[in-house]
Design a protein around this ligand. Structure first.
Ligand SMILES: [Zn+2]
Length: 309
């Protein structure tokens, strides 16, 4: 978090969206580039910690994998673009919002930063990176007290990439295209892969439910669309007991697939439902892993990306 906040000393305190130049406290600060302000900062906050040698690449892989879970487990990524999410920020701030309808400028913006960085690095064999985009923002905007627009961001990226990125921006910044294919392709460029495994947590993998523990009770916070859980559960249901036992985030891990009886509380009314949960189909676990036997080029790109040698 300190690393993230330190990067803000440049990115947002000095490198600022034009809508905040100057900052007008009498108006709602609506701006479309939250993915640059918070997403790029989220990406760099972690990346710098591995590039500077504070943490090793395994630590970084865990951070990236967490980012992948936050991205891929939120159905809202397919309904709410990162630009729309940024414009909505003023309206509902940091509220969780309706399930599968909202996305986060932090998560989606970090995915944009990661994919742009890897695209630039692989195209130019590490001679260029997203750092070149940040340098232009620093030298041509921040130092001259000029705010950037969303068009400036696209133009700077295209200038660095030396090619049109209109399709990329249409799909990933203004649009809600699924990123599985893009991220798999880009991780391969740096000798890694997106591994996808089934989720053995009964509520997540077998039912598609994400829960949070509130006052010792598991509460449904999101439900994967078209999942088995969607047929039986509602947002904010309290799961009071499973098979007559109290459940917590820890004890849920010991539950095996099969027929289970859930005692739930919905709008202050308790009810019991019996569900056969036998296949882990939902909320799959995505991780970045190194591939075996990378080529010299893949190895080189990987080491340059994370500054390992
Ligand atoms: Zn921040």
């Amino acid at each position: 978090m300190s690393s993230h906040e330190l990067f803000h000393a440049w990115n947002i305190l000095k490198i600022r969206p034009k809508e905040m130049m100057p900052y007008d406290f009498g108006k709602a600060p609506v701006f479309p580039t939250g993915f640059v302000a918070e997403g790029f900062t989220t990406y760099y906050g972690d990346l710098f910690l591995v590039q500077s040698g504070v943490f090793d690449y395994q630590w970084y892989f865990n951070e990236l994998s967490t980012l992948f879970q936050r991205h891929f487990h939120n159905g809202g990524r397919l309904n709410n673009s990162v630009v729309d999410s940024s414009l909505d920020l003023w309206v509902d701030g940091y509220q969780v919002g309706a399930p599968n309808k909202k996305s986060s400028i932090y998560v989606e913006g970090a995915m944009v930063a990661l994919t742009l960085d890897l695209m630039i690095r692989s195209k130019f064999n590490s001679r260029k990176s997203l750092n070149d985009v940040m340098s232009v923002l620093w030298n041509d905007f921040a130092k001259k007290d000029i705010g950037y627009s969303i068009n400036d961001i696209q133009l700077i990226c295209e200038d660095v990439y030396e090619e049109s990125l209109s399709q990329y921006f249409e799909e990933n910044v203004y649009g809600v295209k699924d990123k599985t294919e893009l991220i798999s392709k880009l991780l391969k460029e740096v000798g890694c892969e997106l591994s996808i495994k089934s989720n053995e947590n009964l509520l997540e993998g077998y039912l598609g439910l994400k829960t949070a523990e509130q006052d010792g009770t598991l509460v449904v916070m999101s439900i994967e669309e078209k999942s088995l859980g969607e047929k039986h559960f509602s947002f904010k249901d309290k799961i009071k007991k499973i098979d007559g036992e109290l459940v917590t985030k820890d004890t849920i891990k010991g539950l095996k697939p099969g027929i289970h009886t859930f005692l739930i509380e919905r709008q202050a009314k308790e009810q019991e439902i019996s569900i056969e949960a036998s296949d882990s189909l939902y909320l799959k676990i995505r991780r970045i892993e190194k591939i075996e036997n990378p080529s010299a080029k893949q190895k080189d790109l990987f080491e340059n990306w994370l500054n390992l040698s």
